[in-house]
Design a binder for this molecule. Structure first.
Ligand code: ATP
Length: 340
């Protein structure tokens, strides 16, 4: 991946309109689409003027849908955590954890602070190697795969703390994500072969569609750092989608959102699932998790304590106790009352 924004296709074109990928693209675009808009004004682009076909949401959905062969059938386990333990020094952060993420579902991974959610995420995405057990993804053991290899295999993630290229435009941030799917060799890129230029144009087209899809198309030519907090969170999701993941992992994507923003985010996550993606969601907000997931896995002290539909899991006394700190005696009483 190039750190030089200009090296990623400066001067790329979208249709007939020139969409400069230079970092200062904002001002000219503002002049073009919002006559009179100055540098201090928010930069808004009418994407449907640049690419009229992007006004057709069905077409946007079709462009954004991943173009990949997935071996796993819909409804079958796409990712399997098989007896995974992760130990840091003397601390067992994950203790023989097994669960599946099925193709086409939104799986919620929840649990109190320190339960092991992020560690599970990191074990899946190649940040940590399991001390014991294995992670199987689309029929393949991830083994010693490194993070970039795992991205290429089809697992993309967002982070609890937003990590964007702040000085790049929103569009450039998404184009960077498409690199994971490029086929041009390094010499091809250096020589700017026809194939490389075509890939660049396709990347810009697809990135514009993804920005529209996540709801920040109008901010395409604005530097990432100038986007609102909520827009930056959506941009992170856009960048992850650009890698055409088989599995999209979202780590607390609603952190810091107000209720209306959370509602809108739930709509987006459902839309991503309905567009053919499989989603893993780590989230603290129980209402959000309950409202958007198909199934939930609950971790506590590094172990799976419950798994099932949102209704079943959120009614489970063990889960309620883990979240609300119900005294052990009450739990024991509850068990004693349960029919044999
Ligand atoms: N790199 C590390 N080195 C040592 N201990 C770690 C490391 N990462 C996590 N831990 C510990 O492992 C346990 C699980 O942490 P983890 O971050 O996975 O929990 P979590 O469920 O994601 O918590 P939160 O909701 O607070 O993000 C915690 O006790 C944590 O302190």
């Amino acid at each position: 991946m190039s750190n030089d924004p200009g090296g990623m296709g400066a001067g790329g074109e979208v249709g007939d309109a020139h969409l400069s990928l230079s970092a200062d693209a904002g001002a000219p675009m503002a002049e073009k689409y919002l006559p009179g808009a100055g540098l201090d004004e928010p930069v808004l682009v009418d994407v449907t003027e640049v690419r009229p076909e992007l006004a057709d949401s069905a077409l946007v959905d079709a462009i954004v849908a991943a173009d990949r062969t997935v071996r796993t059938e819909v409804g079958e386990p796409l990712l399997r955590m098989e007896d995974v333990s992760v130990v840091f020094g003397g601390l067992t952060a994950l203790d023989s954890v097994s669960f599946d993420i099925r193709r086409g579902e939104i799986l919620g991974l929840i649990g109190p602070n320190g339960a092991g959610k992020t560690t599970a995420f990191n074990a899946m995405t190649g940040v940590y190697r399991p001390t014991k057990g294995l992670v199987r993804f689309d029929g393949q053991v991830l083994g010693k795969a490194k993070r970039n290899q795992i991205t290429r295999l089809g697992i993309a993630r967002t982070f609890q703390n937003i990590r964007l290229f702040n000085e790049m435009t929103a569009l450039e941030n998404v184009v960077v994500g498409t690199d994971a799917r490029h086929r041009t060799s390094v010499p091809g890129a250096l020589l700017r072969t026809r194939r490389h230029r075509q890939e660049e144009r396709d990347a810009i087209d697809r990135s514009m569609a993804i920005l529209e899809f996540v709801g920040v198309g109008a901010r395409a030519t604005e530097k990432a750092r100038n986007l609102s907090y909520g827009e930056q969170r959506r941009l992170e999701i856009a960048r992850a989608l650009a890698t055409e993941p088989k599995l999209l992992c979202l780590d607390e994507p609603a952190a810091g959102f107000n209720p209306a923003e959370k509602e809108a985010l739930m709509d987006l996550i459902r839309h991503i699932r309905d567009d053919g993606y499989t989603v893993l969601l780590i989230e603290h907000d129980m209402r959000l998790v309950r409202g958007v997931t198909d199934r939930i896995v609950v971790l506590e002290f590094g172990k799976v304590i419950a798994e099932g539909t949102p209704e079943d899991v959120t009614a489970d006394p063990k889960v309620i106790a883990a979240y609300l700190g119900v005294p052990d005696e009450e739990l024991a009483e509850g068990d004693a009352d349960a029919p044999a």
